[in-house]
Write a protein that binds this ligand. Structure first.
Ligand SMILES: Nc1nc2c(ncn2[C@@H]2O[C@H](COP(=O)(O)OP(=O)(O)OP(=O)(O)O)[C@@H](O)[C@H]2O)c(=O)[nH]1
Ligand SMILES: [Mg+2]
Length: 449
């Protein structure tokens, strides 16, 4: 996982915490004891996510995230390192930073990525330190509206696709800002988003979009419940919580979807990460939005509480969540829009982690639920069954590819278009020409029209 900017680092770190909880490890003391436990986890996870350097401690096997935290501003990554020193145990190897933000300017970020990161740090070496064998895929979380995350992620995925030979799969996890709430400059953000989308169209194999508006709404609605669920942010030094606190609940919700996404190929499934490449390759728009059931993942998945209360982790439990409206699309879009404006070729990829049978009967139940919300034909649904550990919670995350997201993005694109004249000098100074911007704008509009 390569995390870019404040938001990317926040989301990525929270998703890692979740991944560890899923395998029963304590994120603050992420070790496994003994061979039996190790083989159990390895069997479920493969070695894709976690690695076990041999000479770490005695008898205990550490779990090390294959996560690189990258930002111009050193603070975010350093904080995560400080609060989870045993998790990010490879220290500096997990972090690349510069010396101060990109002022919400995508063009400045791109130039500085080249000057301060790609030429100063040996990217290949840094990645190799976290992954001794060639990386088969990158998950790339970031905010699309800011400066650093948006531009660095763009530069990075371009670099991986054009300048390396490994054919790694790239999955981008891009977050749209909530205008009028987030500390973001509307016009500049619109331009940043267009440039970033253009790079995702060109270089990402699987683009998943989230929106802060929806995440914030859900975090408010489920505030009480979320307050009781620990987050990576709780373990930050108290005086440094500022700047993160607002995002705590939001990131917890998104992290669960991200960890389901990772589990769909990291655990032993019939689905490889590269399969996502084929899924969206010919689609327009080449983007997916996550639909999560349930919205909130319990912390104590490893206790027997759920089971002793007679609640099973099976498909029935998922249906119960649906009835209680404990499910949500993590993208700002009206449900009726989705039903009415979706296209005949809309499709979805359902990641299914349930205990017990997921056979004809259970599949039919899920198909009916999906049909009820979207106009998706049976033949355009993919089901990926993820192995579930003993007392793990049932979870279904459905990645939906629908034309209905078009209007939302086109609104932002037209804002970018009318704002360009006022920004062209400032962005031009950092090497983004009017020609390049206009070309990107055209591609984005074409993609979402
Ligand atoms: N959900 C969520 N949103 C965040 C988080 N951190 C920042 N954001 C949002 O992301 C957008 C700004 O991106 P940042 O990640 O702060 O910016 P950056 O990538 O560090 O780039 P600079 O502008 O150079 O600092 C705004 O819409 C913020 O509200 C986070 O942890 N979670
Ligand atoms: Mg920043």
């Amino acid at each position: 996982m390569t995390c870019f900017g404040h938001c990317g680092i926040g989301l990525g770190a929270e998703a890692y915490r979740r991944l560890l909880l899923d395998v029963g490890a304590d994120p603050l003391k992420p070790t496994l004891k003994g061979e039996k436990e190790e083989s159990r986890v390895l069997k479920r996870y493969g070695s894709t996510i976690l690695r076990f350097p041999p000479s770490y401690g005695s008898g205990e096997i550490p779990l090390i995230p294959r996560a690189l935290l990258i930002d111009l501003d050193p603070r975010a990554a350093n904080l995560i390192l400080q609060s989870y020193p045993d998790l990010f145990a490879l220290r500096d190897k997990h972090v690349i930073h510069g010396s101060g933000g990109a002022a919400r300017n995508w063009a400045e970020g791109r130039t500085r990525f080249i000057k301060e990161v790609s030429t100063k740090f040996d990217m290949q070496k840094q990645i190799a330190a976290l992954s001794p064998e060639p990386v088969r895929g990158f998950c790339v979380p970031f905010a699309m509206g800011g400066g650093t995350g948006s531009s660095f992620a763009s530069g990075f995925i371009q670099y991986i696709k054009k300048d390396t030979k490994e054919h790694a799969t790239i999955a981008t996890l891009g977050l749209l800002p909530e205008f009028g709430w987030d500390p973001i400059i509307f016009e500049a953000a619109a331009i940043n988003i267009v440039m970033n989308l253009e790079h995702q169209i060109k270089y990402s194999d699987c683009s998943i979009l989230f929106s802060n508006k929806t995440l914030r709404l859900l975090a408010h609605k489920f505030e009480k419940k979320l307050d009781n669920i620990p987050s990576i942010i709780d373990d930050l030094p108290k005086e440094q919580e500022v700047g993160w606190k607002d995002y705590r609940g939001m990131n917890l919700i998104a992290a669960s979807a991200i960890s389901m996404f990772v589990s769909s190929f990291a655990r032993e499934t019939e689905w490889d990460m590269s399969n996502y490449r084929t899924w969206l390759a010919t689609k327009r728009p080449k983007f997916a939005i996550p639909w999560v059931i349930p919205i909130i993942s319990e912390e104590k998945i490893w206790s027997t509480d759920l089971m002793s209360k007679g609640k099973s982790n099976s498909m029935e439990r998922i249906v119960e969540h649906i009835h209680k409206k404990e499910d949500a699309l993590l993208f700002d879009i009206d449900e009726t829009d989705v039903r009415d404006k979706g296209g005949p070729k809309d499709s979805c990829c359902a990641l299914v982690k349930v205990k017990g049978e997921f056979d004809v009967k259970e599949r039919d139940v899920l198909k009916a639920i999906i049909k009820d919300r979207f106009n998706i034909e049976d033949s355009r649904m993919i089901f990926v069954k993820i192995p579930i550990l003993e007392s793990e919670q049932a979870n279904i995350t459905i990645l939906v590819n629908t034309k209905a997201i078009g209007p939302k993005i086109l609104e932002i694109a037209s804002e970018a278009e009318v704002s360009w004249d006022a920004y062209k000098e400032e962005y031009g100074r950092w090497g983004l020409t009017t020609e390049e911007f206009k070309q990107s704008l055209m591609d984005v509009v074409h993609q979402f029209s």
